[in-house]
Design a binder for this molecule. Sequence first.
Ligand SMILES: *Cc1c(COP(=O)(O)O)cnc(C)c1O
Length: 374
Amino acid sequence: MIPILDSKRQYATIGSEVEKAVCEVLRSGSYILGANCKALEQELADFIGCKYTVGLNSGTDALHLALRALNIGAGDEVITVAFTFVATTEAIGIVGAKPVFVDIDEDTFNLDASKLEAAITPRTKAIIPVHLYGQPCDMDVIMDVAKRHNLHVIEDCCQAIGALYKGKMVGTFGDFGCLSFYPTKNLGGMGDGGLIMTNDEKLRDRVIALRNHGGAIRYHHDEIGVNSRLDEIQAAILRVKLPHIKDWNEARRKHAYYYNELFADCKDVQTPKELDDTYCVYHQYTIKIPNRDAVHKMLQERGIGAMLYYPIPLHLQKVHEYLGVGRGSLPVSEKNTDMVISLPMFPELTEEEQRTVAKTVKECIELSKSAAAV
Ligand SMILES: *Cc1c(COP(=O)(O)O)cnc(C)c1O
């Protein structure tokens, strides 16, 4: 059995520190928005290289409150991709705005910036580029289009903490960057958590008010907010983990390049391509293969943890039926959806396991071909 992610292996390396930090919180009597949250916000701002961060309940809330802080709501359109996790468009829906989909680039799986301008209408207020699988979007082009059309940019960095575009961290290009600390993310808590990054003090203050019932001063409420505070236990755990994120991301990259080598002799496997001058953090290692569904089933039967991110593109989900964006509208997103498969990827993965994964993937592809021929 080689799982797609084995959180227990990471815990074995930092568990005693985590337990100590959690016990300190338990004994402190301060459980929400205390010293650990404040310290984590500062440490993450330093790591990312942005002025401010605000700790929240989830990555979904980070996206949702970023939109709220920019006053985006009913009647507005927000451009994003259909090849992402549903939280990206859910946040747009929560504020009452409408998602408008742009197709993705065949090789990077990210928003095809050359198609961006055609999707802009007088109602467009913002763009949400998603740095999927830990690969940065083409931010120069996206920011250029945004500036020329006076649009806000909210970067969905939930899968991409620490990724660099031309030497600069993702999350620092737009008005906001959004992080998730869901346990499977590159920097994951042991529960839910999220955070916004921004260089704009006013936007930071607005999110601080929105996360705590719409008021910066206790029991003074200026608008409808939410309860989206990062709890102290999660913040303390994340503070134990943050100093390791660079090494963990490095290990993921090393694994990705080793997989690339292992698949180099297999014409059927399309390995991930990177944009020039980017530092990808491989939240997922995702390849494209023929007979994907058959191969996926065979890998599962052989104990290889392979997953489909994501099995249905968002424009074809029931929740978005009302948009009337049918099959065929986003051909690259649809094609990639049918071909992608993500393989085991986590810092503690061993080279021996990678060799087993690659060998099994190649065998299953051959098997699927003979099955298809019958
Ligand atoms: C995980 C994720 C989110 C949402 O994060 P949660 O913390 O689970 O709410 C949003 N967008 C993307 C691309 C994600 O991977």
